[in-house]
Write a protein that binds this ligand. Structure first.
Ligand code: SAM
Length: 257
């Protein structure tokens, strides 16, 4: 499958997730044999959430991470630009806010969020650095970030097995149950993922510190955590203008659902 040109990526990714949304959860469980549930629990545990804290599930899709975060007693809002994925999330009747919005222009005020979590979305963003900078903007000082993503195993043998599974088996199951092209995009889209050093640099430039990467299942996936560094410029933690809002109020930049 050919990856979309940079200018088309946003529209192509949005349309693709709209199409595969109805079978997205089923495909996730089958592709990972349900192991993704444990990864999600680890990502939420890494945030060390306290009841009442404000959590953003960035590119929430069908809402698995939002649901896990809500179970801790945190107040959760999920954003995603795919109306189809949000529709799936809404069928779950999660006690969370769900907003159609772009991760590159979040409808929240500066420093209004305690923790941001994001699952398997990094390689889908049209501009990863911009999405992480936007996450840093909405996080309060010392706020926590947890990013779950696919990865490439370090061992040659595991990399070989992993490549066969993701390049042959997953698109085959995708063709049977969902859409072949979308599940052929999954392994291809890893080219958008920066390696560990480059991701660290992007995170530091965005305003994060205490960056830590954990490999999951021999490197099939990764969990990257970080903390929002102190906001340097005086006044930069103030809401960004008249349209800026706190979670729960009318949202700046929200797309039409
Ligand atoms: C692989 S899915 C992951 C969904 C969910 N986070 C999970 O863990 O299952 C990637 C999601 O990213 C969303 N997405 C990609 N780019 C986005 C953007 N710029 N703004 C908002 N959502 C975006 C897609 O619509 C899709 O729901």
């Amino acid at each position: 499958m050919t990856l979309p040109a940079a200018d088309d990526k946003r529209a192509v990714v949005e349309a693709m997730f709209d199409r595969i949304a109805p079978r997205y959860d089923l495909m996730n469980r089958l592709m990972t044999f349900g192991i993704d549930r444990g990864w999600r629990r680890r990502a939420i545990a890494a945030l060390g959430l306290r009841p009442g804290e404000r959590v953003l599930d960035l590119a929430c899709g069908s809402g698995d991470l939002a649901a896990a975060a809500r179970a801790t007693g945190a107040r959760v809002v999920g954003i995603d630009f795919s109306a189809g994925m949000l529709r799936q999330a809404r069928t779950r009747r999660l006690d969370c806010g769900l907003v159609r919005a772009d991760a590159l222009a979040l409808p929240f005020a500066d420093a209004s969020i305690d923790a941001v979590v994001s699952g398997f979305a990094l390689r889908n963003f049209a501009d990863l650095a911009a999405a992480l900078a936007e996450s840093a903007r909405v996080l309060r000082c010392d706020g926590r970030l947890a990013l779950l993503e696919v990865d490439r195993p370090a061992s040659t043998l595991l990399r070989w097995g992993h490549a066969i599974y993701f390049r042959r088996v997953v698109p085959f199951i995708g063709a049977l149950l969902s859409e072949r092209d979308a599940y052929a995009y999954l392994p291809e889209s890893t080219v958008y993922l920066p390696d560990e050093t480059a991701l660290r640099e992007i995170l530091v430039a965005a305003g994060f510190r205490t960056i830590r990467k954990r490999s999951l299942l021999g490197g099939a996936a990764q969990l990257v955590t970080a903390r929002r560094a102190e906001v340097a410029a005086a006044g930069s933690a103030a809401p960004k203008g008249e349209g800026a809002t706190r979670m729960g109020a009318a949202q700046r930049g929200a797309l039409h659902a």
